[in-house]
Design a protein around this ligand. Structure first.
Ligand SMILES: [Zn+2]
Length: 467
């Protein structure tokens, strides 16, 4: 067992607890007792001070959205590096990563028949453009892939519009991902989707899409839910619907970017790391405030709070703003490759990429023994209602290191409004609440600090029964 040295300011509060704690590896029940004072002070400090929201507002107001390859992404990273240094974090740096560079260009979709109307559209990330004069064709509406397969002969030369009912993101996002492939296979000249959104105020939602090498690449774009539904009604009524789609999208050579990193070096085992963060890139609409500027900022705020409170954990706590999650995941894979040699020393990876709304707790992927410990830490978050620890969490950016055995965890929040806003012009800081963000920062700080400070590392494999 490694000796336990409490941070000085909590030493007095912990004397009694230490006296009663077992000398053997810390029992699960002892965790909550041992760290309650620290957890309460973190929560109190977070709730007193709403700098997370203010920082996100400044980030998004100054730099706007942050698509991979854009100047605004790199300027935002420069600013974060500078601010993290001012915060007094250790080893602040950008770690180089090459990222895809897709640019939208000008774009439009206009109904030609049965009446002229400019539609609300967004090209999907990675799509090719159209010829300069656009593509004008009749629209074939289908409710899903099965209907397209059944009616495939009708699709030749047409623009296919996928208008599936909203089920959930996992179901509906498949049309964004694979719609162009399925439509091209049936001979369509372009494909459109109803935006992957759970609620709409006529703002279309963009996002990543795929091509595959076996079929022709055709332009692929999202319409607002309202426009897709209207076209669907027109076709059901027997109207012949035609539209003109014009897109100047193109993919340029890969561009340099960085994962932005800051740390609080561990006081006893600096080589062991708890890593947490979100992705600093965003789509090129809205301001990328919820997805995922907020995720980066609450992790950053968490480490800033720990630093300000003088809570220096046994192990290193590292905050990362991963670049290029949205259209390439190069930040997550680049982090894995740059840190291969120290992945065995990654004790836990925590990601916030589900919005920074009212936190409910975390979802965890790792051994049963580790889950039991994490649940005890979660109990420290009961005062802010963030004590739920579910099984099976993670995040896109930490996925590559989780695949190499690093235990992973995602911040869980009340996601009711997430898909109203996601990847749309509406993703701006006013959708987020300073108090909810402060609670997210508190939850991240408590979880990261306690895991980083436990006398024993979080176990990667479960202890044998009977021990
Ligand atoms: Zn995201």
């Amino acid at each position: 067992m490694r000796p336990f040295v409490p941070p000085p300011r909590f030493a007095a509060a912990l004397v009694l607890l230490l006296a009663t704690a077992s000398a053997a590896p810390l029992r699960a029940q002892a965790i909550a007792e041992r760290y309650r004072a620290a957890a309460d002070s973190i929560v109190a400090a977070a709730l007193r001070d709403s700098s997370a929201w203010n920082r996100l507002a400044e980030l998004t107001d100054r730099f706007g959205h942050r698509l991979s390859g854009s100047e605004s992404l790199e300027r935002a990273i420069d600013w974060i590096v500078d601010q993290m240094r001012r915060d007094g974090l250790d080893n602040v740096r950008g770690e180089p990563v090459m990222v895809p560079h897709w640019v939208r260009g000008s774009e439009s979709a206009e109904l030609v028949s049965p009446r002229p109307l400019r539609l609300h559209m967004l090209g999907l990330g990675g799509s090719i453009g159209t010829p300069a004069g656009g593509i004008t064709a009749e629209v074939m509406v289908v409710s899903g892939f099965q209907e397209l397969e059944r009616r495939a002969v009708e699709a030749r030369g047409k623009i296919v519009l996928f208008d599936p009912q909203w089920v959930n993101y996992g179901v509906n996002v498949q049309y964004r991902g694979r719609g162009a492939i399925a439509a091209a296979r049936a001979g369509a000249v372009a494909s459109l989707i109803r935006s992957a959104a759970s609620y709409s105020l006529r703002s279309p939602h963009t996002g990543a899409m795929d091509y595959d090498s076996t079929v022709r690449r055709i332009p692929h774009a999202a319409l607002s839910v309202e426009d897709a539904a209207m076209i669907h009604r027109m076709v059901d009524r027997g109207n012949r619907v035609a539209l003109r789609l014009t897109m100047a999208a193109q993919t340029l050579p890969d561009a340099p970017s960085r994962n932005v990193v800051g740390e609080l070096t561990g006081r006893e085992h600096p080589e062991e790391v708890v890593v947490m963060g979100g992705h600093i890139d965003s789509w090129d609409v809205g301001a990328g405030a919820m997805d995922d500027g907020g995720g980066v900022v609450v992790a950053w705020e968490a480490i800033r709070l720990l630093n300000r409170l003088g809570l220096r954990a046994r192990r290193t706590i590292r905050v990362v703003g991963w670049t290029n999650e949205e259209n390439g995941l190069r930040g997550g894979t680049g982090y894995r490759d740059a840190h291969l040699a120290e992945l065995d020393n990654h004790v836990l990876a925590i990601e916030s990429d589900g919005g920074v709304f009212r936190p409910l707790g975390f979802a965890f992927t790792g051994s049963d023994s580790a889950l039991a410990i994490v649940r005890q830490i979660g109990a420290l978050l009961r005062p802010i209602g963030a004590d739920s620890i579910a099984r099976g969490g993670g995040g896109a950016d930490i996925g590559p290191i989780m695949a190499r055995g690093v235990p992973g965890m995602g911040l869980e929040v009340d996601g009711t409004r997430y898909f109203w806003i996601h990847h749309s012009e509406a993703d701006t800081v006013d959708k987020l609440d300073p108090r909810e963000m402060a609670r997210c920062a508190a939850a991240m700080a408590v979880m990261a600090y306690v895991v980083a400070d436990l006398p024993e590392r979080l176990p990667r494999v479960s202890a044998p029964a009977g021990r």
